[in-house]
Design a protein around this ligand. Structure first.
Ligand code: ZN
Length: 297
């Protein structure tokens, strides 16, 4: 089969998987792949990812000019973000963007997926930071994403969704699956009230294993502590992993990042964390029981 035809079919298949998994609704999401040195194949705008057919895909150059398309078909409205990804990363062959609900929830909450929790994620993706908010389909969003693309294959878009980069189409798609799976596990751990982190020593060990597994990542994990509080996420990946003195797991959730345990949850062994409102309600209830019900309502 003509390799371009195969790529068209692969995009259709990945669109079907994105939709089936609930990673997109309506016409959300977009997928692209390199077709040689100066051509891209991209999903069309305005089509649900489950309703695509191979001939709908649009061929563009690396500036986004349409080279060929079926009548009336335009490339994805998010093409600028894809173009920036290819411009920044010559090693990237495909880009997948979607709105998976749990990772997008983290993006809405402003909580990056940057804690060393799962060995597989540390090894394959490192951290998954959040790019600043930019209006969808504009250059503003593409520029917000640009600095993070240099060192990351997966990132969240503030109040929007997630992006995954890969050597090829399925490589990018599988990273999108990993991002959402990681978000789901992180959410469950945080709902349960504790998140044991992998230690810095274990993270260093996993990073060394990347090579022997043949895993290529765009940048190394930042040394600890990461470069300043701002953290230059364009040169290395900030992964929160406390030093443990030889232990592989660190039992307490450290006070880092924006991801404090959920209010009202057990934060530490024998401890409970309450919001001010919850505490006030408890005091009101205790007073009510002590003085009896008030009669002024
Ligand atoms: Zn989007």
């Amino acid at each position: 089969m003509d390799p371009t035809e195969q790529l068209r079919r692969d995009i259709v298949e990945i669109g079907r998987r994105l939709w089936t998994r609930g990673f997109v609704a309506s016409n959300d999401g977009n997928i692209s792949v390199r077709l040689g040195p100066d051509r891209l194949l991209m999903t069309p705008s305005g089509v649900s990812k489950v309703d695509m057919t191979p001939e709908m895909m649009v061929v563009t150059d690396l500036e986004g000019t349409v080279v060929s398309s079926a009548p009336g078909r335009k490339p994805s409205s998010e093409i600028l973000m894809h173009l920036v990804a290819y411009a920044e990363r010559p090693d990237v062959g495909a880009v997948v963007h979607a709105h998976p609900p749990i990772s997008t929830g983290f993006a809405v909450a402003g909580i990056p997926l940057d804690r060393a929790v799962l060995a597989e994620v540390v090894t394959t993706l490192g951290s998954i930071p959040i790019a600043d908010y930019g209006t969808p389909s504009t250059r503003e969003l593409a520029e917000a994403v640009r600095p993070h693309l240099r060192a990351h294959d997966g990132l969240l878009l503030a109040n929007h969704g997630a992006v995954a980069l890969g050597k090829d189409l399925f490589g990018a798609y599988y990273k999108m699956e990993t991002i959402e799976h990681f978000a789901r596990i992180s959410l469950v751990a945080r709902l349960l009230g504790r998140e044991h982190l992998l230690s810095r020593e274990e993270v260093d060990r996993l990073q060394q294993l990347r090579g022997s597994y043949g895993i290529e990542t765009p940048a190394p994990i930042c040394p600890d502590p990461p470069p300043a509080a701002t953290g230059d996420q364009s040169v290395c990946q900030i992964v929160y992993a406390p030093s443990s003195g030889g232990e592989r797991l660190v039992p307490e959730t450290p006070a880092v990042g924006g991801g404090a345990p959920a209010a009202g949850s057990f934060a530490t062994e024998g401890g409970i964390r309450l919001t001010y409102g919850q505490l006030t309600a408890l005091i009101d209830e205790a007073v009510r029981q002590f003085v009896g019900p008030q009669r002024d309502d």
